[in-house]
Design a protein around this ligand. Sequence first.
Ligand SMILES: Cc1cc2nc3c(=O)[nH]c(=O)nc-3n(C[C@H](O)[C@H](O)[C@H](O)COP(=O)(O)O)c2cc1C
Length: 322
Amino acid sequence: MDLETFRALEPLCWRAPSAHNTQPWRLRYEPAGIRVGWDPARELPAGDPTGRDLRLSLGAFVETCLIVAADADLPLKYVADPEDQWVGWLRPAEGPYPTPFRTTDVWERRTDRGRFSAGPDPEALAAVDREARQAGGEVRVVPQADRLGALLRTADQHLYADPAITAELRRWLRLDPTHPNYRIDGLTDRCLALSRPAAVGLRVGLAAYPLLRPLGLPRLLAAADDPLARGGTVLALIAPEGLDQAGQVEFGRLLLRCWLTLHTAGLAAHPLSQLIDVAATRTVLGTLLEVAPERLVHVTRVGRPTRPAPRSARRIPSDEPT
Ligand SMILES: Cc1cc2nc3c(=O)[nH]c(=O)nc-3n(C[C@H](O)[C@H](O)[C@H](O)COP(=O)(O)O)c2cc1C
């Protein structure tokens, strides 16, 4: 098999999701296979100090590569082989990668931070939980949803109070269409479902952060958005105890399969990672779910979109698959 054939498919693989839309992945073509790793310049050392979301994003990318290759009749498999800034290989396989998903699903899936008309139905919940259980995890609805609004505000306030985390977020925000990277990477005002005045307000607020932080800006920013008021159900992805770094990549693959399962059922996901990024809210969430907080890998609002979400930017643009 000529691995070079995969190069033409790369732009579609880049539709994989990543935290802050950093698209941290890196591929290196070698005789033994295609090595998968990441660009350290695209890490999030302040917001993701343990690299959990980096490895979830790399796993989501690996799974996307396997799906896109399978749909193009290119038999590839993933072999974990962590070393420095590499996580593993895409290698020729005996047969096609078994997946129910198609490249069109990869293309159409989007994070949706807008309004949901309903949460997931029991069948969709059972489907993602089944998927998770095959990887040794589980997906559960977070109970006591009425407590989540306050928890989210606490988490956001905590993150906005941290100058390094806020500076890093600011680096990846694209709040104005004239930003040079608006169509390349990061989080645009459109994808964040911000109105023009809200985007301008956030931009001005963050520009004056050093001045306004002691005057209560973190509290103001945390109170400015209430995603739970836009409907849906909050789900948690729970890993087995002691998930190591290679396991986190595997859970990124699982995360992508869960999101595509939801997508093909007409549903969308809006991650709320801040709930597990902040130790205090992570502990409360663990108590609500009756699991050790370290087992919480991802938290997301899921529901039925009321309109299509904007497509996020990519460093390598791709055409719609035929
Ligand atoms: C591991 C991971 C964590 C994420 N956490 C958040 C989050 O906390 N809040 C959010 O709005 N989006 C979050 N996202 C969604 C990304 O911002 C999104 O995937 C990226 O902007 C690309 O957009 P797309 O998913 O529409 O392709 C996360 C994505 C991944 C893979």
